[in-house]
Structures are given as C-alpha cells and as structure tokens.
Design a protein around this ligand. Sequence first.
Ligand SMILES: [Zn+2]
Length: 341
Amino acid sequence: MPKNVVLLYDKLMLSHDTGQLHPERPDRLYAIQDALRCAEVPGVRWQAPKPATRKQIERIHTCDHVDQIEAFRGRAGRLDADTPLSEDSVAAAYLAAGAAIDAVDVVHKNPSESAFALVRPPGHHAERDQAMGFCLFNNIAVAAAHAVDTLGYKRVLVIDWDVHHGNGTHYSFYDRREVMVFNTHRYPFYPGTGQAKETGISNGAGYTVNVPLPPGMGDGDYKHAFETVLEPIADAYEPDLVLVSAGFDSHRLDPLGGMEVTSEGFGGLCTMVQRIADKHADGRLALILEGGYSLEGLSQSVLKCVEVLAGTPYEIDDEPSENGYAAIVRARRQLRMYWNV
Ligand SMILES: [Zn+2]
C-alpha cells in the first residue's frame, strides 16, 4: 500500500566537517540527496528537524557527557582518534538527535507515514558517558527513550543492521525490556562488543539480541538471520514501535565493512522490517541513518529503503552461505533460553 515518507534533513548537518580523508564525510548526505531527488519517489516529503533539547539527550547521556560535548560548541577539536569536530559539529549533533526524535513523532502522530532521519554525525556507538566511533550523541537511543518516556510506548524494537555492533544502544537498554535491541554485525570487529551471549541483565535479561557474523556475508545470510531470529522474537515481543539503526557499511562496495550486501538486499531487509511493523505496530516504522561509506552503495541502498517505505517491497531470493548459516545457528543456541528461535 502506498505510504507517505517523511525525510528529516537539515543542511547544517553538512557543516559537521570531519576533514578530507575521513570516511564519515558531508558527501555522504549530498550523495543521498542526489539519489533521492533524481528518483522522485512518490509520497516523499522533506522536513527540517528541530534540535534535541538537553533534557531529551540526558535521558540517555550523563550530564558530564553533555558538558563535554558542549565544551566544543563553536570550535574544532577531537573527541577520540576517530571523532574529529568542526565549529558546527555540536549544533549538528543536537539536530541529528532531534531528527531521530522527530522521526518518532511523525510515525506516532500518523502511522500511515514512515520516516527516515538522514543524519550525521551518526549515533549508535555513543555510550552514556562517552563519544566514540564518529558518534557524539546516540540518536536512536535518545529517540527510543523519548518514545517510552513521553509518548508511552511499552515495547520499542530497535533493529541495528550496521556492520558494526551498536554498543551504545546495546548498553543504553541492557537492563530494560521496554526497548529491545536486535543487532546483527560483523564480529570480531570494531568496537569489539556484541557476542551472542550478551543478552541483557536483570529486568532486561533476554531483551538484548546479538547475531554476530563472519566477514563476507551477503543478502541471503542477513535474510536468514532476520527470518530465523528477528521475526520469531518480534512475534513474541509484539513491538508497538519499530526503529532501525540503518547503517549501510555492510554493502558490498563499502571500503570498511567487508560484507557483501547489495542495495536491493537492503531493500529486502527493510521490507522484512516493514512487515514486522505492519503486523505488530500499526505500521509505525522510523529509520535513522548510521554508517555507510561507499557513496554509491550508501545512496542506492537508502533509495531502495525509501522505496520500500513508500510501498514498493523488495524480496531476497538468496540462500544463506555455509558460514552464515553456522554463525546464525550458534546465535540461536544462546537465545533459546529466552525465545523460541
Ligand atoms: Zn558502522
């Protein structure tokens, strides 16, 4: 069924200047805009986001962390070896988190609309008290906390298909069940977390799901992980809102990821996620951009996902590889004490 798609974007996020040689660069958003504007997908509307407030950010991050980021407002610097800042980076970070919140608000007010927050800096590596891996604030975690704390959602499913483990999101909700975090990622790989045995603690035990994968995984492997792990768990959890940490660095053209997912494959994954949202959450689905460093792979994959959100599904026909199948079986074994997988 055709749906409207709201794209949250502001050109200030182009002014987060990480330097000529950095993979997380403004050209990423230029390439996405070019692809979307050329394709003219029906039902797409661009919307300028509001910056997040300090109070919204502090639902996830410590006061000290926010102070540390604020100290760089209007000036260049470096938070860690991978995370350089320019004069506008702090303002861009507040807008990126605000865009993720606005994406949730869009689908909350009107489930017949989907949203995609086209943001940088990305967020899923940012922990409570630490910026890392190109990320200042954890945009999707801030948005999920907004959904639970102010909009009253009871079961938010966060799906992270970026090639890197979303450690920041994983730890943000490690002891909470109102937000379930499903991560599939290359392992061992940066940032080093995300083994299948990391399943959450106390009230959140079982509500963190990790499917670590070896390098070289393609569309069929990701499809198999979604079919045999994500879908049965989502059917049991019955999310009332679905959010995606949409990173595209597992694309076959990506210079960092070492995976083999195609642009159409991302369309297929997005279709599977849309079906979960339709089945359980009245269609409420918002995507938040994370990584993806091949301009071609990134922009074409975002386009495929936007087409899916607008009502054109993609199907993956590939079977899993032997290595992928074995890795997914190992992850399922760890999860069986909580879920029928
Ligand atoms: Zn990544």
